[in-house]
Design a protein. Structure first.
Length: 223
């Protein structure tokens, strides 16, 4: 029997992308709160506070909301914009993580060296260190801030990871299309014989009937 196949293009929201967008929002919010704590601790300038607030609003709220709305409505253009921005943010934070971790490891090495440990006691909690053919006077506070700097490096890694995963899933959702296939099969139905219609008169109708009376004549016998 002939088989008819009909394909319908269906696009559904990507649940994985929504999860990664929530992770991006949470990570940016946590990093902003931690950075604000460090700014308050070190009494930084107001300009850095403004930069922190603006970066959090743009990359932690506005851009993720664009991606979330685009994922719900399957808007290809906004998904492409969201994926491109998250890719740039992920790459930028990866560079920050590598550079910050390199400097952090160097500082930890200086803080644990016997030379600096001796100078901290004799030079009023400071140590002379050489970096890029130059000599710097490193204060002991850099060593005390090592745990906080480790947390900062981990935040850079988390920001890079969540942004890259958001960009990757936005790219997948923009490319993947789901096709719903409907098959229709023709079935032959046997022909039904027509049955003669029987007329049934209404109950209150008068039906005229005719009858034939047959008289029987008997012959007269002659006596």
């Amino acid at each position: 029997m002939p088989l008819e196949v009909q394909g319908i293009l269906v696009e559904k929201p990507n649940k994985d992308l929504s999860k990664w967008i929530r992770a991006i929002i949470f990570t940016h919010a946590a990093f902003s709160i931690f950075t604000a704590y460090l700014y308050e601790l070190h009494h930084v300038e107001d300009v850095r506070w403004y930069g922190l607030v603006i970066s959090w609003v743009i990359f932690g709220v506005f851009v993720p909301l664009i991606g979330y709305k685009a994922s719900q409505k399957t808007e290809k253009r906004r998904l492409a914009i969201f994926g491109a921005i998250q890719g740039i943010v992920g790459f930028y934070n990866l560079i920050n993580f590598l550079a910050f971790s390199s400097v952090l490891l160097t500082v930890i090495d200086w803080c644990m060296s016997d030379d600096c440990l001796a100078q901290f006691e004799t030079r009023n909690h400071s140590c002379l260190v050489s970096f890029s053919n130059e000599t710097y006077d490193m204060d002991y506070s850099y060593c005390k801030d090592t745990p906080k700097n480790i947390v900062t490096a981990l935040f850079f890694a988390l920001l890079s990871f969540t942004s890259c995963m958001g960009a990757l899933h936005a790219r997948k959702m923009k490319d993947v299309q789901i096709v719903q296939v409907i098959t229709t099969e023709q079935v032959s139905v046997p022909q039904i014989q027509r049955v003669p219609r029987v007329y049934t008169p209404p109950e209150d109708s008068v039906i005229a009937t005719s009858s034939v009376i047959q008289n029987e004549f008997q012959p007269i016998q002659n006596e």
